[in-house]
Design a protein around this ligand. Structure first.
Ligand SMILES: *Cc1c(COP(=O)(O)O)cnc(C)c1O
Length: 388
C-alpha cells in the first residue's frame, strides 16, 4: 500500500542527531565503553515511598476506572498547596490547576487550544524542541527568539519588532533553561508580563527545573510576578524533581481561561492521568523532601567534578546554578557537531551538539549530569588526554 504522510509530519524540522546516533550505535556494537552524557533523563531511581504509594493505590479497584479529565481533586489541591508554600502563589485548584500526563503532553497540546493556522508564536532557540513542533502541528508559525551568552541566554524582548509582537498569540519561555542551564530572575519575568500585556500575548512558562538547583539557589515561579496570572500559565513536572520521568505526571497552573482551553483539547484527546500515579504524585509532593535535597547534592557534586575536569582539559564552561546540563563552549576550530563527533569517536563520550537545539546553539555542546560521579571522572580524564 502506498501512502503519503500528512503535511504536518513533512513540516517537521530535520532531525539533527542522526550522525551522533549512528556513531553511538556503531561504537556500542564494537564493545566500546561508552559514557552517555547525551540524555536529560535522571539515572537515579524514584524514591521508595512514592513507589509504595503507587503499589498500594494500584490495588484499589476505584482507581482502575477512567480518571477525571482535568485531574483528581486531591492532586490539584496538593499542587495548589505546594505553589502556596514554595512560591507564595495562590491557585484555585478548581479552575487554575490541570493534571497532565507529563508536562510535555500539556506543552504539545497547548498550541492546539490557542493557535489558528498562520498565527505566530514566539519560541526561544536553542530550546526544548517541543515548543516549535507543537506550534507547527497546530498550523502556526514560530518566530524564534535567540538565546545568546551576551544576554545571559534570555530572549531580548526589545529586539522583537512591534508588528511581530502584535501578531504573536503565544510566547514560550523556560527557566531554569534546557539546554543552556541559564536562570531567570524577577526583573526578566516582569518584563515578560509587561510585554504580554502590551501585545496581548499568552505566556507559557516551562518550569520543569525549578527544584533542580544548587548552592542553596531557589529558582522562582513566573507566577510570583504581579499580573502573571492574567497573561499566562506555567508547566510543572514531577519528572526531574523526583526521578519520575517514566511515570508521566505533571501539571499546568495559572490563568483559568487558558487552563480551561487546554483542558478542552485534552478531554477530547486523552482521558486523564492514572489515579494511582496521581496518588503517588501526592506522596511525592507532600512526603519527606529529603530526597529532593539528596538529588540536588548528587547533581551539584557531579557538576563540580565535570566543571573542574573540563577546566583542567583547557575548556572553560560556566557552572550552572540549576538544571543537570552543562552548556559547554566548543574549542576553536570545531563546529558543535564536529566536536561532539570527536568526543564520541576519540573518547567514547556521548554529548549533544548545541546546534541541534537551534542555530544559535552553534558553538556549544550540552553535557547531561546523568551518570555517576565516577563515570564523570572517567569522562573528564578521557577529555584531558585529547588535549585541547
Ligand atoms: C524534562 C523536561 C520537561 C519535563 O517533561 P515531562 O513530560 O514532564 O517528563 C519539560 N520541559 C523541559 C525543557 C524538559 O527538559
Amino acid at each position: 500500500m502506498a501512502f503519503e504522510k500528512a503535511t504536518r509530519l513533512k513540516r517537521l524540522p530535520p532531525y539533527l542527531f542522526q550522525e551522533i546516533d549512528r556513531l553511538k550505535a556503531e561504537l556500542l556494537r564494537n564493545g566500546v565503553d561508552v559514557i552517555n552524557l547525551g540524555v536529560g533523563d535522571p539515572d537515579l531511581p524514584t524514591p521508595r515511598h512514592i513507589i509504595e504509594k503507587l503499589q498500594q493505590t494500584a490495588e484499589d479497584p476505584v482507581n482502575h476506572q477512567y480518571p477525571s479529565y482535568s485531574g483528581m481533586n486531591d492532586f490539584k489541591v496538593s499542587i495548589a498547596n505546594w505553589y502556596q508554600s514554595r512560591f507564595g502563589v495562590e491557585l484555585n485548584p478548581a479552575d487554575e490547576v490541570l493534571t497532565l500526563i507529563g508536562s510535555k503532553e500539556g506543552i504539545a497540546h497547548l498550541p492546539l487550544a490557542l493557535i489558528n493556522p498562520g498565527d505566530l508564536a514566539l519560541v526561544p532557540t536553542p530550546a526544548y524542541p517541543v515548543y516549535n513542533v507543537a506550534v507547527l502541528f497546530a498550523g502556526g508559525e514560530s518566530h524564534f527568539m535567540p538565546l545568546v551568552r551576551e544576554n545571559h541566554f534570555l530572549p531580548d524582548l526589545q529586539a522583537i519588532a512591534p508588528d511581530v509582537a502584535r501578531r504573536a498569540k503565544l510566547m514560550f519561555i523556560n527557566y531554569p533553561n534546557n539546554p543552556t542551564g541559564a536562570t531567570a530572575e524577577r526583573d526578566f519575568f516582569r518584563k515578560v508580563v509587561d510585554f504580554a500585556k502590551q501585545y496581548d500575548v499568552i505566556v507559557c512558562h516551562d518550569a520543569a527545573y525549578t527544584e533542580m538547583a544548587f548552592d542553596g539557589y531557589r529558582p522562582m515561579s513566573f507566577l510570583e510576578v504581579p499580573g502573571a496570572k492574567e497573561v499566562g500559565i506555567e508547566f510543572h513536572s514531577l519528572s526531574k524533581t523526583y526521578n519520575m520521568t517514566g511515570w508521566r505526571i505533571g501539571s499546568a497552573v495559572g490563568n483559568a481561561q487558558v487552563i480551561d482551553a487546554l483542558g478542552q483539547i485534552k478531554s477530547n484527546i486523552d482521558s486523564g492521568a492514572f489515579n494511582a500515579v496521581q496518588w503517588a504524585g501526592i506522596a511525592a509532593i507532600e512526603g519527606d523532601q529529603s530526597c529532593v535535597a539528596e538529588m540536588q547534592k548528587t547533581y551539584q557534586e557531579r557538576r563540580d567534578v565535570l566543571i573542574a575536569g573540563l577546566r583542567r582539559a583547557g575548556i572553560e564552561a560556566q557552572s550552572p546554578k540549576a538544571t543537570f546540563y552543562v552548556w559547554c563552549p566548543v574549542p576553536a576550530g570545531y563546529s558543535s557537531k564536529e566536536f561532539s563527533s570527536l568526543l564520541l569517536k576519540e573518547a567514547g563520550i556521548v554529548t549533544t551538539p548545541g546546534s541541534g537545539f537551534g542555530e544559535p546553539g552553534e558553538g556549544y555542546i550540552r553535557l547531561a549530569l546523568t551518570v555517576s560521579r565516577e563515570r564523570i571522572e572517567e569522562a573528564v580524564e578521557r577529555i584531558r588526554k585529547l588535549s585541547f
